[in-house]
Each structure stands twice: as C-alpha cells, then as structure tokens.
Design a protein around this ligand. Structure first.
Ligand SMILES: [Zn+2]
Length: 61
C-alpha cells in the first residue's frame, strides 16, 4: 500500500521526509515507516495502517 513521501512535522510545521525505502512489493499493514523532519530534525515513526489513509473522500469520484 502507499505511504506518503513526506509528512508535516507536528512540532514545527515543516516537512518531514521519509527515511524508509519502500519494499519491492510495497508497505503492508503494520509496517513502521520513519520520517526525518527538515526543520527540527526530529524523527517520526508512523505505523502503516489501513485505517490511516490520506484524507481523500471516496465519494468524490
Ligand atoms: Zn520538526
């Protein structure tokens, strides 16, 4: 499944870029993906989950 290349750092509001390389067959539910903030340098670990999809409304096709 897809994970974002970058996320917004909740501490400083800058972009945090993905450190973890996508596996050959993609990420799967329960994998952990690391991000490094370009502003404050904090590391963020996000768990890949089916329920935390990007905020796209499926009704907007
Ligand atoms: Zn930050």
């Amino acid at each position: 499944m897809e994970v974002p290349d970058k996320v917004i750092c909740v501490d400083c509001g800058r972009m945090a870029y993905r450190l973890t390389i996508e596996p050959e067959f993609g990420f799967s539910n329960g994998d952990w993906v690391a991000y490094r903030c370009s502003g404050c340098g904090d590391r963020w670990d996000l768990e890949v989950s089916m329920s935390t999809k990007p905020s796209t409304d499926p009704k907007n096709h």
